[in-house]
Design a protein around this ligand. Structure first.
Ligand SMILES: *Cc1c(COP(=O)(O)O)cnc(C)c1O
Length: 391
């Protein structure tokens, strides 16, 4: 069996930056959820994205949870959440016993549809917060989403877990909303094995977030608590990994962009295949190269063929309003998210992939494509014949 090719796996720097910071944590015995690496990781990331404050946390899920608390979301409050996303965007709404209403996607961005959001506010003008996601590093249309949310006085939380290194109109994603969230889980563009960061310009609120994240300890010698606390801070050892990874973020984006360009060049002209949207205001990090298959070749055909060759690929996220746990909640939209889920596939986008790896993936997909078109009843005429002759 050939060596496995992953969708996106951890990629430490060749220079060993991460280990230097980890060594420092060991040498100073700061093996704790505080220390120089935590403080510096926050400062370095805040500087990089241009946010006034950052709090390093044990996960992006924890960051979304505390952003909701900071937004004042509580029992029974309505929170609008992009439906096409990973469940971690929505779960924290339930931690606070608030009520999610799921919002459809826009074909133009694959992210939250501003039109559906507007319709949602007409139905629920009292909604407290909006969780918008930048999937696969593509940015949502933040100008419109912010304008609509502001009109109704709702707090905007940007789930930028997948989009560190992406820009919307020249400014980093995660810095448009009242709060922005990044993830350093093992599959993300940079990783600390597990971890997250909350950023915001609301320094007062961020002080409160730090307080909640460290067990809500009042300033007293005897462990005094006047609020519910959480143990959500990031370890100083892991923050060291994060500081090293920040140094190679630009390189990772470059490689992800090259992977995407390769797939697009090799597959983009085949009938029935279209790539993720390319908006002029968008500078994605291309975390995952994703595309839509319109038949006769379908996502499962490609996923199965790649898996046989020990190569990982996946469908797009299954929308929350179609999930057994969440389907009891309201959904506002027309079915765009569902169509994206049915047609979409994420190709292996691991930054350690070689040119030969990429060629392997592409040649498997071409074979599936040819076999599917040959099975077509309509005279079995293969489209794009010029290309086929070159095979
Ligand atoms: C990975 C991910 C999260 C959760 O991040 P963790 O750090 O694993 O908690 C949240 N939202 C989206 C869109 C993600 O992809």
């Amino acid at each position: 069996m050939k060596e496995r090719i992953f969708l996106s796996s951890p990629h430490m720097s060749e220079e060993g930056y991460e280990l230097e910071y980890v060594h420092e944590a060991f040498a100073t015995n700061w093996i704790a959820p505080l220390g120089v690496n935590v403080d510096q990781f926050e400062i370095e990331l805040a500087d990089m994205v241009g946010a006034r404050a950052a709090v390093a946390l044990s996960s992006a899920t924890a960051a979304i949870h505390l952003a909701l608390k900071a937004a004042g979301v509580g029992e029974g409050d309505i929170v609008f959440c992009q439906s096409l996303t990973f469940s971690a965007s929505a779960n924290p709404i339930l931690y606070e016993k608030a009520v999610p209403v799921f919002i459809d996607s826009d074909e133009k961005t694959w992210n939250m549809s501003p039109d559906a959001l507007e319709a949602a506010f007409e139905k629920y003008p009292q909604a407290k917060a909006v969780i918008v996601v930048h999937l696969y590093g593509l940015s949502a249309d933040m100008d419109r989403i912010k304008a609509i949310s502001e009109k109704y006085g709702a707090v905007v939380i940007e789930d930028a877990a997948e989009s560190l290194g992406s820009f919307y109109k020249g400014k980093p994603t995660g810095t448009f909303g009242d709060y922005g969230v990044y993830s350093f889980n093992g599959n993300k563009i940079i990783t600390t094995s597990g971890g997250g960061m909350l950023v915001s310009n609301r320094e007062d609120k961020m002080q409160k977030v730090k307080f909640w994240a460290t067990q809500a300890r009042d300033p007293a010698r005897h462990y005094q608590h006047s609020e519910l606390g959480y143990n959500y801070r990031l370890s100083n050892v892991l923050a060291g990994i994060g500081r090293g990874q920040l140094k190679v973020l630009r390189d990772r984006v470059e490689k992800k962009r090259a992977i995407y360009a390769f797939y697009k060049k090799e597959l983009g002209h085949l009938a029935g295949i279209s790539f993720m949207p390319d908006n002029e205001w968008d500078a994605p990090n291309y975390w995952l190269s994703a595309l839509l298959l319109d038949g006769p070749m379908l996502p499962d055909d490609v996923i199965d063929a790649l898996e046989k060759e020990n190569i990982e690929s996946r469908p797009l996220w299954k929308p929350m309003h179609l999930q057994p746990y969440f389907e009891r909640f309201d959904f506002i939209g027309t079915g765009v998210a569902e169509t994206l889920f049915e047609k979409g596939i994420c190709l292996p986008s691991d930054t350690k992939m070689t040119e030969a790896d990429l060629e392997r993936v592409v040649s498997i997909i071409r074979d599936v494509w040819v076999s599917k078109w040959k099975l077509q009843p309509t005279g079995s005429v293969l489209p794009d014949v010029k290309y086929i002759e070159g095979l």
